[in-house]
Design a protein around this ligand. Sequence first.
Ligand SMILES: Cc1cc2nc3c(=O)[nH]c(=O)nc-3n(C[C@H](O)[C@H](O)[C@H](O)COP(=O)(O)OP(=O)(O)OC[C@H]3O[C@@H](n4cnc5c(N)ncnc54)[C@H](O)[C@@H]3O)c2cc1C
Ligand SMILES: *[C@@H]1O[C@H](CO)[C@@H](O)[C@H](O)[C@H]1NC(C)=O
Ligand SMILES: *[C@@H]1O[C@H](CO)[C@@H](O)[C@H](O)[C@H]1NC(C)=O
Ligand SMILES: *[C@@H]1O[C@H](CO)[C@@H](O)[C@H](O)[C@H]1NC(C)=O
Ligand SMILES: *[C@@H]1O[C@H](CO)[C@@H](O)[C@H](O)[C@H]1NC(C)=O
Length: 530
Amino acid sequence: MRYPAVSYVRQNNILLLRSFMILLLSCVAIKLDLCFSSIPSSLKTLSLNGHFTFDENEFAARDYGNKYHFLPMAVLHPKSVSDIATTIQHIWQMGPSSELTIAARGHGHSINGQAQAQGGVVINMQSLHGPEMHVHMGRFPYVDVSGGELWINILHETLKYGLAPKSWTDYLHLTVGGTLSNAGISGQAFRHGPQISNVHQLEVVTGKGEIINCSEEQNADLFHSVLGGLGQFGIITRARISLEPAPKMVKWIRVLYSDFSTFTRDQEYLISAENTFDYIEGLVIRNRTGLLNNWRTSFSPQYPVQASQFTSDGKTLFCLELTKNFNPGKTNTINQEIEGLLSQLRYIPSTLFMSEVPYVEFLDRVHASELKLRSTGMWEVPHPWLNLLIPKSKIHRFAGEVFGNIATDTNSGPVLVFPVNKSKWDNRTSFVAPEEDVFYLVAFLSHAIPLSTGTDGLEHILTRNKRILDFCEAAHLGGKQYLPHYTTYKEWRAHFGPRWEVFQQRKSAYDPLAILAPGQRIFRKAISIL
Ligand SMILES: Cc1cc2nc3c(=O)[nH]c(=O)nc-3n(C[C@H](O)[C@H](O)[C@H](O)COP(=O)(O)OP(=O)(O)OC[C@H]3O[C@@H](n4cnc5c(N)ncnc54)[C@H](O)[C@@H]3O)c2cc1C
Ligand SMILES: *[C@@H]1O[C@H](CO)[C@@H](O)[C@H](O)[C@H]1NC(C)=O
Ligand SMILES: *[C@@H]1O[C@H](CO)[C@@H](O)[C@H](O)[C@H]1NC(C)=O
Ligand SMILES: *[C@@H]1O[C@H](CO)[C@@H](O)[C@H](O)[C@H]1NC(C)=O
Ligand SMILES: *[C@@H]1O[C@H](CO)[C@@H](O)[C@H](O)[C@H]1NC(C)=O
């Protein structure tokens, strides 16, 4: 008998205890060692193009957050989609009597163990190359890629054809499957929507081990479920990504504001204007000197000395970050265009910093900082990030309390603030957004300095994050977490709100045993209680 997936904390202890007893008794019955060794050996019997590893899997128990470290029993290094389907079918056929779960691991850049599977199977998606990347030219160009492909590789491949994806993340060493399971939000989202709005088709292996192609036209419900689906409904093995002609160069601009209202008014104006920039983000700079002193960027303006000497004098400043694409040539009018656009903004006049870089260098800007941080061991520290989506009507309330009182410095890492318009988001996907048309992404991208007891120490940052969340809840801001992390059923339900029923229905349709992505801790695999 098969039980539908049950919610994580709903299962009561008595049932758990009973099922544990049954498990224990049956172990005694078939000899203990056999019980615990039979699962790996049954995996070994599967016929695959790739292979399993049972030792030295520590990498699969680590992620960018560096907080959770759950070791899997095995790691699958797939060479084909059928390797993934075969493995899932095998575990699906064990039914609810097995506790084994499966997590796809993209590049493991989650914060809270979302790509881990304690005692289960982790699928190392980057070893899945499948058919090569395939660029299709024409009026609506696209590229077919593996779900385990890194965005940086897609960029390099498509540039050979003068093309590139439209919507990005700030950092490109992330996989297609990993970002499409969340949303993929960056400074292009105001125009193109997030990455999940720029996919035509997916190939997915469901929690029953079926390989299914899906799109707006075909298996549309599965398509929408998987996008922003936190890995709950299937493993993305291929994706068809929409492309556009790539520019050669960008003008990269930063201007400063001391007044939050002026800053957001300009941001909101720019995301709605017909003629505007190609990338629009923003940063909070609190009590910090030097515009360049920021791990997240390789920004180097034409007057670096002036920029590095710029001091905020203990005040909070807001930095609007913009780019405009261009192709160098005789007829280009880029400088006049930029002058025209900037003339409509109300930043502090002496704070215009501009640079000019190749498009690739701009898109891959965080990687340059990563290399520097890696050389000092600072890339591997804990990253207690907090990402929030705040409705436009509440952003001033939020800023007043959070930037004014709770987050009193930005020494522990960049704080991003920028608006997007929801009209570019598809509400049939699993992604959860605030109610309003326009909402802000507010990202606290903190790193914790080991052993520090100051404002950049782990305890301090975690307490600050909790205060921010508590404030949002008490003030009924109607915000949502992005890259959400909760530990209780009640919180997940509240996160999804009216969409919870649909999310649950989709789970029972595509992964009824709750085998997939246990690290999100939304559902818990049901154990047979006979
Ligand atoms: C430095 C840095 C910068 C970032 N910048 C941005 C940004 O600008 N915008 C933004 O939106 N996000 C950003 N992120 C967050 C990032 O998008 C997510 O953490 C994403 O999940 C990471 O991708 P990954 O390939 O490492 O996924 P993983 O951490 O490996 O996986 C994430 C989740 O997706 C599941 N999953 C992975 N692959 C698949 C698949 N093929 N099919 C189904 N499920 C799968 C996993 O099981 C897990 O639950 C950033 C993260 C870092 C570390
Ligand atoms: C999915 O689509 C791809 C390409 O469009 C095709 O090669 C593949 O066979 C399809 N898979 C299934 C299961 O239909
Ligand atoms: C958001 O987009 C919709 C639809 O294009 C538009 O009507 C609305 O004015 C936009 N809002 C803002 C603040 O840009
Ligand atoms: C901000 O900077 C001023 C001047 O350097 C300093 O006196 C103050 O303590 C700082 N505040 C915080 C919250 O770090
Ligand atoms: C999505 O948006 C459309 C149009 O705004 C609306 O009619 C529909 O009810 C929404 N669907 C969901 C699931 O929220």
